[in-house]
Design a protein around this ligand. Structure first.
Ligand SMILES: [Zn+2]
Length: 132
Protein backbone atom coordinates (compact mmCIF):
# COMPACT_ATOMS: atom_id res chain seq x y z
CA UNK A 1 0.00 0.00 0.00
CA UNK A 2 1.43 3.35 -0.95
CA UNK A 3 0.85 6.16 1.48
CA UNK A 4 0.74 9.84 0.64
CA UNK A 5 2.13 12.27 3.16
CA UNK A 6 0.40 15.62 3.43
CA UNK A 7 2.67 18.45 4.55
CA UNK A 8 0.69 21.12 6.33
CA UNK A 9 1.12 24.61 7.67
CA UNK A 10 1.04 23.96 11.42
CA UNK A 11 -1.49 26.72 12.08
CA UNK A 12 -3.96 24.72 10.00
CA UNK A 13 -4.02 22.10 12.76
CA UNK A 14 -2.78 23.65 16.00
CA UNK A 15 -3.89 26.68 17.99
CA UNK A 16 -0.57 27.15 19.79
CA UNK A 17 2.82 26.73 18.11
CA UNK A 18 5.37 28.08 20.60
CA UNK A 19 6.26 26.19 23.77
CA UNK A 20 8.42 28.16 26.18
CA UNK A 21 9.41 26.80 29.60
CA UNK A 22 9.87 30.38 30.83
CA UNK A 23 6.12 30.90 30.52
CA UNK A 24 5.50 27.68 32.40
CA UNK A 25 7.70 28.79 35.27
CA UNK A 26 5.61 31.98 35.45
CA UNK A 27 2.46 29.89 35.69
CA UNK A 28 1.38 30.72 32.14
CA UNK A 29 1.54 27.26 30.64
CA UNK A 30 2.26 27.02 26.94
CA UNK A 31 -0.38 24.83 25.37
CA UNK A 32 -1.31 23.85 21.86
CA UNK A 33 -4.05 21.53 20.69
CA UNK A 34 -3.79 19.50 17.52
CA UNK A 35 -7.22 19.14 15.92
CA UNK A 36 -7.46 16.20 13.52
CA UNK A 37 -9.73 16.47 10.48
CA UNK A 38 -11.77 13.68 12.12
CA UNK A 39 -12.44 16.04 15.03
CA UNK A 40 -10.19 14.41 17.63
CA UNK A 41 -8.17 16.80 19.80
CA UNK A 42 -4.68 16.04 21.12
CA UNK A 43 -3.24 18.51 23.61
CA UNK A 44 0.45 19.35 23.93
CA UNK A 45 2.44 21.27 26.49
CA UNK A 46 6.10 22.14 26.86
CA UNK A 47 6.96 18.92 28.69
CA UNK A 48 5.96 16.87 25.64
CA UNK A 49 8.56 18.72 23.57
CA UNK A 50 11.23 18.49 26.25
CA UNK A 51 10.66 14.73 26.47
CA UNK A 52 10.62 14.39 22.68
CA UNK A 53 13.78 16.42 22.27
CA UNK A 54 15.69 14.58 24.98
CA UNK A 55 14.52 11.13 23.93
CA UNK A 56 14.49 11.83 20.21
CA UNK A 57 10.71 11.52 19.80
CA UNK A 58 9.54 9.17 17.08
CA UNK A 59 9.12 5.44 17.67
CA UNK A 60 5.45 5.98 18.33
CA UNK A 61 4.30 5.17 14.82
CA UNK A 62 3.90 1.78 13.26
CA UNK A 63 7.09 1.01 11.28
CA UNK A 64 5.58 1.47 7.81
CA UNK A 65 4.15 4.86 8.74
CA UNK A 66 7.40 5.93 10.40
CA UNK A 67 9.39 4.99 7.28
CA UNK A 68 6.97 6.92 5.06
CA UNK A 69 7.21 9.96 7.31
CA UNK A 70 11.01 9.76 7.32
CA UNK A 71 11.08 9.57 3.52
CA UNK A 72 8.97 12.74 3.32
CA UNK A 73 10.55 14.76 6.09
CA UNK A 74 13.06 13.49 8.63
CA UNK A 75 13.98 15.90 11.43
CA UNK A 76 17.62 16.97 11.57
CA UNK A 77 18.77 17.22 15.20
CA UNK A 78 21.96 18.98 14.07
CA UNK A 79 19.72 21.85 12.95
CA UNK A 80 17.70 21.81 16.15
CA UNK A 81 14.84 19.84 14.64
CA UNK A 82 12.80 17.20 16.36
CA UNK A 83 9.50 15.44 15.84
CA UNK A 84 6.58 14.25 17.91
CA UNK A 85 4.91 11.29 16.23
CA UNK A 86 1.58 9.72 17.12
CA UNK A 87 -1.48 8.05 15.73
CA UNK A 88 -4.71 10.01 16.06
CA UNK A 89 -6.58 8.43 18.97
CA UNK A 90 -9.79 8.26 16.93
CA UNK A 91 -9.10 7.77 13.21
CA UNK A 92 -5.59 6.33 13.76
CA UNK A 93 -4.00 8.44 11.02
CA UNK A 94 -0.24 8.86 11.55
CA UNK A 95 0.76 12.41 12.47
CA UNK A 96 4.22 13.97 12.78
CA UNK A 97 4.65 17.35 14.47
CA UNK A 98 7.98 18.84 13.43
CA UNK A 99 9.50 21.48 15.66
CA UNK A 100 12.64 23.53 16.04
CA UNK A 101 14.40 23.72 19.41
CA UNK A 102 16.25 26.95 20.18
CA UNK A 103 18.56 27.12 23.17
CA UNK A 104 18.23 30.23 25.30
CA UNK A 105 20.07 28.97 28.38
CA UNK A 106 22.35 26.10 29.15
CA UNK A 107 20.42 23.08 27.80
CA UNK A 108 17.15 25.01 28.09
CA UNK A 109 15.11 25.42 24.93
CA UNK A 110 12.04 26.95 23.43
CA UNK A 111 10.17 24.80 20.93
CA UNK A 112 8.42 26.12 17.85
CA UNK A 113 6.21 23.90 15.69
CA UNK A 114 7.31 24.34 12.07
CA UNK A 115 5.35 21.78 10.06
CA UNK A 116 2.76 19.03 10.49
CA UNK A 117 2.70 15.85 8.42
CA UNK A 118 -0.27 13.52 8.11
CA UNK A 119 -0.91 10.30 6.24
CA UNK A 120 -4.65 10.52 5.60
CA UNK A 121 -4.80 7.41 3.43
CA UNK A 122 -4.00 5.16 6.36
CA UNK A 123 -7.15 3.31 7.27
CA UNK A 124 -8.03 2.16 10.74
CA UNK A 125 -7.30 -1.56 11.08
CA UNK A 126 -10.95 -2.30 11.78
CA UNK A 127 -12.39 -0.41 8.80
CA UNK A 128 -14.62 -2.59 6.63
CA UNK A 129 -12.94 -3.91 3.46
CA UNK A 130 -13.74 -1.94 0.32
CA UNK A 131 -14.98 1.01 2.32
CA UNK A 132 -13.38 4.15 0.88
ZN1 LIG B 1 -8.24 11.65 13.54
Amino acid sequence: MSMTVHRLNPSDRMDGLVFDPRLDSEGRTSVGTYVCPCGARVGFRTSHFIDGWVRGGGARLRPEAAATMDAARRPDPARGEGALDFHCPDCRRPVRILYRAEEFGMAVYTYTVTEILEIPAACPPDSPPGHA
